[in-house]
Write a protein that binds this ligand. Sequence first.
Ligand SMILES: [Ca+2]
Ligand SMILES: [Ca+2]
Length: 72
Amino acid sequence: MMWDWAYIGMSDETEEGSWVSWTGEIVNPFWAPGMPDNYQNEDCASLGLGEIGINDINCYDTYAFICYKKYF
Ligand SMILES: [Ca+2]
Ligand SMILES: [Ca+2]
């Protein structure tokens, strides 16, 4: 497992450009500048070590995973 990125449970795999959380809610995360860029069809949102904001990366590598939980 690589630890430089962590998936955060959001994807636009179903419809390109429509980001939804794993609970099915539409989300508009705090993207890093220039992201999401859909580089080579990236569909999974992630937080990178030392990065400011969220980047879309591919969904197929083995990274840590941070889930989203709604409290209110
Ligand atoms: Ca995408
Ligand atoms: Ca990207």
